[in-house]
Design a protein around this ligand. Structure first.
Ligand SMILES: [Zn+2]
Length: 463
């Protein structure tokens, strides 16, 4: 009875907030469901015939979870997944409540698999409730300082949680991130590792902003033979001889193509080559992470290949759209390492680019915006054809960009719609506008651009 009441309450709240156009990632339905039946996640998750998998880490959660959904569908499974951005416990509750029927049962329960993207600090709580088969850790970067503090705080939280995991749980770990790879030290069960083998993708020396430069075990400064970006690379510790483990799923080659890239992955059951409509080494990491989680779930290579190809096409459409004859690409800015990668990708061909940068300081963006001083905006100098700066902290961003050598008087417009209009007008027809917003600014920008592109907001139908 209580479960049914919780499901009804969640659905009514979801319908209501859709009616009010609250947009994606609303927390209310899950919050209501949890209030009515606090044991809802545990009860419903236990009824998923294929169990659950969690995706956590600082960057790449949303893309990776989306890719895994596509792979699972190709394998004949029916995923239950939380919406982008609702990655706390209540987002998981809402996903389960909205996918179950009134009596708390699932249709085709034998094919149901839970795929939940969860916040770094919420992972232990969600794992206790849904008892996942596998947990994927993507990477660990400094993010939203005021929420979690240092990288080591999160790493310690993860290690503590892993010690209480049952041995049936498979860990999927990024071999190239020393803070993540070291979690295998406390793993009680199986570990599947992924990473990039293609050394031609090296990005140069370790950045000053690199977050995990010291060995967690002995404190020595790590040595790298290859750095891909941030602190991701081929590392070893001169102190205790820990070193990057050999990945089970590896990006063996990556070739940039006209409209994205071609990625070859070696897996324990064969080689997979997919064309991704997205650029950037970080998206190759996301593809490898998704394939590794699929391997952990026992999914065959054919489904991985078809799933990656299909799901990335859908992803590409969602992140890229056409407004008034201009291609507009929205790229979320989360933290220094992520933005540095975005800037490297955008400026790779050396041609001047059209940009709109949005900086907000809501809780979901991170209240402390000092991270913008750790971003290598200097790389954009001489590569910018037009630049509009917006968001609640537009002037802080304008100042940062001025110091990066991007003009004495940047175009600052606080109103998001006016700023986007100006940026589109400054981009010639047939050209590409890159919109780089923080999280809450992204939700606004997507809404506005989605309307202008003549279709609904992006997250609709993304379930
Ligand atoms: Zn060491």
């Amino acid at each position: 009875m209580r479960l049914t009441a919780a499901i009804i309450a969640a659905r009514a709240t979801a319908a209501l907030s859709r009616g009010l156009r609250r947009g994606g990632g609303t927390a209310l339905p899950g919050l209501v469901a949890e209030r009515v039946d606090p044991g809802l996640e545990r009860t419903l998750a236990a009824r998923l015939g294929q169990g659950s998998a969690l995706v956590t880490g600082t960057n790449g959660k949303t893309t990776t979870a989306r890719l895994v959904r596509g792979i699972c569908r190709e394998a004949g499974l029916r995923p239950v997944a939380n919406r982008e951005g609702s990655n706390m416990m209540r987002g998981v509750a809402a996903a389960l409540a909205e996918s179950a029927s009134w009596d708390g049962r699932f249709r085709a329960p034998g094919k149901r698999v839970g795929l939940f993207e969860v916040d770094e600090a919420t992972m232990p709580l969600v794992a206790r409730a849904v008892e996942p088969r596998a947990v994927l850790f993507t990477n660990l970067f400094r993010d939203q300082l005021d929420r979690y503090g240092e990288v080591e705080t999160v790493a310690t939280l993860w290690r503590t949680a892993l010690r209480s995991f049952p041995a049936e749980v498979t860990l999927v770990l990024n071999a190239d991130d020393p803070a993540v790879a070291s979690l295998s030290d406390v793993a009680l069960g199986r570990v599947v590792l992924y990473g990039v083998d293609d050394e031609t993708q090296a990005g140069g020396p370790l950045e000053h902003a690199a977050d995990a430069r010291w060995c967690y075990a002995c404190g020595a400064e790590l040595e790298y033979t290859v750095v891909f970006y941030g602190h991701l690379g081929h590392w070893r510790c001169p102190g205790c001889r820990r070193a990057r483990p050999t990945p089970d799923v590896a990006v063996s080659s990556l070739m940039t193509a006209d409209d994205g890239m071609s990625v070859t992955l070696t897996t324990p059951t064969g080689e997979v080559t997919v064309r991704l409509p997205l650029a950037g080494l970080y998206n190759a990491y996301n593809a490898a992470a998704a394939a590794a989680l699929a391997v952990a779930l026992g999914i065959e290579t054919g489904a991985i290949e078809r799933g990656l190809a299909g799901a990335t096409a859908a992803f590409g459409r969602q992140e890229r759209l056409t407004v008034d004859g201009r291609a507009v690409q929205v790229i979320l800015a989360k933290n220094p390492a992520g933005v540095n990668q975005v800037i490297r990708t955008i400026t790779a061909d050396g041609a001047p680019k059209h940009l709109a940068v949005f900086l907000n300081d809501d809780i979901a963006d991170g209240r402390d915006i000092s991270w913008i001083w750790d971003v290598d905006f200097e790389l954009l100098s001489g590569n910018v054809a037009s630049l509009v700066v917006s968001g609640r902290r537009a002037w802080d961003m304008a100042l940062r960009l001025k110091y990066a050598g991007l003009g004495e008087r940047p175009d600052v417009e606080h109103d998001a719609a006016l700023a986007l209009r100006r940026a589109i007008d400054a981009t010639p027809e047939g050209g590409t506008l890159y919109v780089v917003p923080t999280y809450t600014a992204m939700l606004d920008a997507r809404n506005i651009l989605g309307r202008w592109a003549g279709r609904g907001a992006f997250w609709e139908g993304d379930g």
